[in-house]
Design a protein around this ligand. Sequence first.
Ligand code: NOJ
Length: 552
Amino acid sequence: MTTDEWWRTAVIYQVYPRSFQDSDGDGIGDLRGVTQRLPQLEQLGVDAVWLSPFMRSPQRDAGYDVADYMDVDPIFGTMGDFDALVGKAHELGLKVIVDMVPNHTSSDHEWFREALASRPGSAARERYIFRDGKGPHGEAPPNNWQSVFGGPMWDRVLDDGKPGQWYLHIFDSSQPDLNWENPWVHERFRDILRFWLDRGADGFRVDVAHGLVKQAGLPDYTPPEDGASMGGNEATEPYWGQPGVHEIWREWRDVLDEYDGDRALCAEAWVSPLERMAQWVRPGEFDQAFNFEYMFAAWTARDQRRIIDESLAAFQGVGAPSTWVLSNHDVIRHATRLGLPAALPQGEGIGPKSPFQPDVALGFRRARAATALMLALPGSAYLYQGEELGLPEVIDIPDEARQDPTWQRTKGKRYGRDGCRVPIPWEADAPAYGFSTSGRAWLPQPPDWARFARDRQEGVPGSTLELYKAALRLRRRKRLASGSVKWLNEWSRSRTVLAFRNRGVLVVTNLGRRPMSLPDGRLLLETESTHIGRNGKRMLPPDATVWLQATR
Ligand code: NOJ
């Protein structure tokens, strides 16, 4: 095993293509738009881009419902556009990670259409999870499982024009689960992986990597009331984290190893605790796994420190780097989440009628402090488009404009994820803030977003964009990603301060309510203005992080 693979220390920027840059004016971002903006990502200082799904899809779950794994959806462009994107990215020294969705296809996929048109027990049906229903006429679903987006995990189909078998879908009814007990499915995906690797993809982010194998017999299961929708609370969930999934990942690893250049595999697997998570990144399986425990760690010194320590220990225990992530396209943006008085259940989203609303200014300060802390940690970090602009969650999207199936399926009880998916602002004075040439945007952008536009922040000292750039530059220069965390003894029992040293950089975060005096050291980075106090010491305000060059 080598330890110099690029992904061990990489900062990977998530592009959500629908909302990044629209080059043809239809109000939906596209691959050409991404290519146009790549130089700005290179200037930001990231190492790789991960593209959320852009494959052919009816877009009922924003592309996480794939109808053809080997083609680009026309709303995003063509295969030629993908090739051009990869070419440009590589020219700029950026890697490209493709999102792969193997748990389910779209119900529009030709495999599923064939399954519907075929008889129960046929080879075409065996590609998915079809079962007879319960009750004298098979009128009740095969078990009691409830789907992530709301409603039963089963839908009934017509056989010979009459109500017949049921098929399983962990997510929406338009996302039937594939049957990973079937070697045919394994073979298809090996081909699909090779298709993208041949075209220059540097790796894959694998969707719902903990969901592919279901417990034999599909036993009834009722999750705990406070259970997270994507799992991760216990080892007994019959459709999350089954031991059999690991065989699939070893097979995928072998495919990636056929290629040169450290192609990377990253798992989206909502499992806990972290030692269990680490099983996904054992040698011969994934290289990385998203660290969701870190994402949801409470903003207290105790919790942050505990999760950082546990992450480093769990991942290092299997020879993998820890990853760090604060935002993505499924969760409330951290600039808003960290300003909420209490945690909302995962996948819930936030809207005008949510039981609690954020303290916007507090969330913003904490987000900057949290990011500066994260980027000083060893390992690989994921950024989600727009967080470098300090974007908050959009809370007041009009009901009729909401698109997330969670909102539709729960009849408005859960707002879902639209608030973090609003197209991002590039130019303060352009239509749609420069997102789209026509001024259209598939989700409405707030009227006060000019202040977040990239061109308003470029070169402005103290702006969030400049903070991210400076942190990424220093992180690279000081080689923090391959360093280690040494907690400072004098602060190790503090309930309000996190302080560690990584390769001669002192990182201090004040999670308390009062300014604190800092140790000596040259100021490298600050998320809020520090000042020299009456005691002659530099003072760090609350909810702020500083990086200092250690003097000894
Ligand atoms: C996880 C993805 O991140 C999410 O956006 C999607 O809805 C589900 N998987 C289903 O594919």
